[in-house]
Design a protein around this ligand. Structure first.
Ligand code: XMP
Length: 241
């Protein structure tokens, strides 16, 4: 089964379009227990899970075996938000490590290029039954400083990245939840070939309903869930928004 199919099945089973970003800024040795607690509370009502450097740096892939185990038991697709951006040999090494440890997908930066960059990493993660998601338009305030840069022919780079996602076979693209006009524009480029995943909801000011209403497939939500005193209630509020 492809990553897109796994995510769709999980979303339907759990009645949710929310991908939980397990981000914590607590003391390093306290983060894993908190992540397990939030994941346990919400696992029946989310579509998928994303982990970032907050957990991967202090614990490594081996140290995340409990989180990976919960995701596997609940059939929740697990995404590594590494914003992968290296040469081919390293990218393939990253992809193989992630799939060996039970991750389903990785986020990558298409800036690095196809040849000896991401091209074979896309093929490898697909061969490993996983998925790859390209950064196309980020959600922070300074995103315009990079993603609005134009090529010599005048095309802004986010449109080039969206075209790369479609042409290189990416499973999904990351687009800011707050840039609803960009979500619609990028859908026009990627069509049905890529899922649109949108971070920037809650702590960064975006609304899940606006992003989904503009055509996003999923919202990625971190601090407004991981910092909530009742993460399940917070997920339910998003699911019904
Ligand atoms: P919050 O706490 O803001 O966390 O809900 C969002 C999560 O998603 C990551 N993030 C992004 N990841 N492109 C990405 O690939 C983005 O534009 C983007 N904005 C936020 C963030 O690092 C955190 O894990």
């Amino acid at each position: 089964m492809t990553f897109k199919e796994k995510l769709r099945q999980s979303a339907e089973k759990h009645g949710s379009k929310v991908i939980l970003a397990l981000d914590f800024s607590d003391p390093y040795d306290a983060r894993l227990a908190k992540a397990e607690k939030v994941l346990d509370a919400t696992k029946g009502e989310i579509a998928g899970v994303k982990v970032n450097h907050h957990l991967i740096l202090p614990y490594g892939l081996t140290g995340l075996s409990t989180v990976i185990g919960i995701c596997r038991a609940e059939r929740l697709p697990l995404i590594a938000d590494l914003k992968m951006n290296d040469i081919e040999a390293t990218n393939i090494n990253i992809v193989d490590s992630l799939t060996a440890y039970g991750f389903d997908a990785v986020i990558a930066n298409p800036f690095v290029g196809r040849e000896e960059g991401l091209g074979k990493a896309v093929e490898r993660i697909h061969a490993n039954q996983g998925g790859i998601i390209f950064l196309v338009y980020m959600s922070h305030k300074g995103a315009d400083e990079g993603y609005h840069l134009r090529l010599e022919d005048g095309e802004p780079i986010y449109r080039v990245f969206a075209t790369r996602a479609r042409e290189w076979g990416a499973d999904g693209v990351i687009v800011s939840a707050k840039a609803t006009n960009k979500i619609a524009e990028i859908r026009g480029i990627v069509g049905d070939s890529c899922l649109i995943l949108t971070p920037g909801v809650g702590a960064q000011g975006g609304e899940a309903s606006d992003s989904l209403g503009a055509g996003a497939d999923y919202v990625i939500v971190g601090r407004s869930l991981t910092g909530s005193s009742d993460p399940l209630k917070a997920v339910r509020a998003l699911n019904s928004s």
